[in-house]
Design a protein around this ligand. Structure first.
Ligand code: HEC
Ligand code: HEC
Length: 147
């Protein structure tokens, strides 16, 4: 096959993946308030119903208190609702991205020992492997598994 044609085909094949990338539209309030203890998770990775549950009980947030004043809570709630994904919600009143079927499928090649290793500690610690997770970048280019 001619190189030019091959390159065009490869570019086409890469298109759907690129469109599906959870790019984080910038929201400074969300990033400041929800990105201080962990990365500000991409809104697209949970459906609106899950974000709503989570925002309703910020005082009991995964064993910690993540309460916000009414103004910030409203702004973040609106932002999450507008940018939420359409995937099946994970179980429970403390919905986790890491408990979605999508997450398990996308990460099935990660060796079990790595999740619990000292470098990662928790699957919720996206930045241990996705080195630019802080900027909402989860592309393969910036992925590096810890040793
Ligand atoms: C005071 C610290 C703190 C703040 C502030 C905070 N969180 Fe969390 N969050 C946590 C902890 C601790 C966990 C559990 C992490 C783990 O299991 O390793 C967590 C987990 C999560 C998870 C589940 C991650 C997974 O396993 O998929 C989501 C989603 C989440 N937080 C969203 C938010 C949102 C939205 C905000 C802002 C409204 C927020 N967090 C603010 C401490 C915080
Ligand atoms: C232990 C390392 C590790 C951790 C921690 C981790 N990931 Fe991943 N992630 C991977 C690997 C490996 C892949 C698969 C890359 C591939 O096959 O293209 C992946 C793929 C992805 C993809 C798909 C990327 C693409 O372009 O197709 C997304 C989105 C993603 N991870 C988000 C997250 C989020 C959000 C978190 C935290 C809640 C997280 N990951 C935690 C290793 C990790």
């Amino acid at each position: 096959m001619r190189p030019v044609l091959l390159a065009a085909l490869l570019a086409l094949a890469a298109l759907p993946a690129a469109a599906d990338k959870p790019r984080l539209p910038p929201n400074p309030v969300y990033k400041a308030e929800c990105g201080s203890c962990h990365v500000a998770y991409p809104p697209r990775l949970l459906p609106a119903s899950s974000w709503q549950l989570l925002m309703q009980r910020l005082d009991r947030h995964f064993g910690t208190d993540a309460s916000l004043d009414a103004g910030a809570r409203e702004e973040i709630g609106r932002y999450l609702a507008a940018n939420a994904g359409r995937r099946e919600p994970p179980p429970g009143v403390e919905p986790r991205i890491t408990e979605t079927r999508w997450f398990a499928k996308e990460h099935r090649e990660v060796p079990a020992a790595l999740w619990k290793g000292t470098a990662v500690k928790s699957a919720a610690n996206c930045g241990a492997c996705h080195r630019r997770a802080d900027d909402g970048d989860y592309s393969e280019r910036t992925l590096r598994l810890p040793k």
